[in-house]
Design a protein. Structure first.
Ligand SMILES: Nc1ncnc2c1ncn2[C@@H]1O[C@H](COP(=O)(O)OP(=O)(O)OP(=O)(O)O)[C@@H](O)[C@H]1O
Ligand SMILES: [Mg+2]
Length: 248
């Protein structure tokens, strides 16, 4: 099995008449951990929505493993979507369901599995994120960091080819954030064919996990490349971002 590359081709995206991203041309390499960086409101979550096909590009396209989601038949579209796991910015757990049932949701939506098998699958991924003892807790009984880990467990239960994480470390203390980085790295090691895309503005996390970086500003990509190249960049905004300066 080969990992999927993600390619944006002249992608313009937004909401109705409101264009957020304009003419993006970039590749997120197959089987690598890519980090999407950029200021608040620049369109990072909007770009993730485009990758999973939650909304259509205003123009241009997104290719997942060489395929344009919106050129596929409905069955192929669903099949490809099924191979993508998402950790949403807020965890997006359902309050009325226990952790085990929340985590098993992506499986119960797609397959006809027995309750017993669903629970076993949920426990397996909860163990991977260190939450096996909390399977019968409800989301409001957990800390923010635990909810993020539960969100990650839910995103990986289908063993996706593409794992998207929207700010997995935001709101976490530095130690819990570092633990989340380690979890992402271990996921990446465990699933050799997984392409990871992480949205973040956590510099420590960036330095811990990034193998490829895309920086978005003013609707376009102002940087694509390695961490070393980013750290060495003379671009004023990038220098400001990397040094965490308020600027003028
Ligand atoms: N559903 C929506 N309808 C209309 N506009 C939206 C919608 N979602 C986001 N936007 C707008 O699109 C722009 C980009 O938002 P987006 O959520 O992609 O930013 P972001 O980079 O993820 O920000 P943050 O770092 O704060 O999460 C913002 O101006 C926002 O107001
Ligand atoms: Mg966002």
């Amino acid at each position: 099995m080969r990992a999927w590359e993600i390619e944006f081709k002249s992608l313009t995206a937004g909401y109705g008449d409101f264009t957020v991203l304009r003419d993006i041309n970039a590749v997120l390499p197959a089987g690598k951990i890519s980090v999407i960086l950029g200021g608040s409101g620049c369109g990072k979550s909007t770009l993730l929505r485009q990758i999973i096909g939650l909304s259509r590009p205003l123009s241009g396209s997104v290719l997942i493993g060489g395929k344009d989601l919106f050129a596929l038949s409905p069955a192929e579209f669903r099949g490809t979507r099924r191979r993508m796991g998402v950790l949403f910015q807020d965890g997006a757990l359902l309050g009325a369901l226990s952790l085990a049932r929340n985590v098993a949701l992506p499986l119960s939506e797609h397959l006809s599995m027995s309750k017993q098998l669903l629970r076993e699958a949920a426990l397996r991924v909860l163990r991977m994120v260190g939450l096996e003892d909390f399977a019968d807790f409800y989301p409001n009984q957990l800390s923010g960091g635990m909810r993020k880990r539960a969100g990650l467990a839910r995103a990986i239960i289908t063993e996706p080819r593409v794992l998207l994480c929207d700010e997995p470390t935001s709101g976490l203390d530095p130690i819990t954030a570092a633990r989340m980085d380690e979890l992402l790295l271990s996921m990446h090691e465990h699933y050799a064919d997984m392409t990871l895309v992480v949205v973040s503005h956590d510099l420590a996390s960036l330095r811990a996990i990034a193998q490829h970086i895309l920086v978005i500003k003013d609707g376009g990509t102002i940087f694509a490349g390695s961490l070393e190249a980013l750290e060495a960049s003379a671009h004023p905004y990038l220098r400001q971002f990397m040094r965490r300066e308020a600027g003028a």
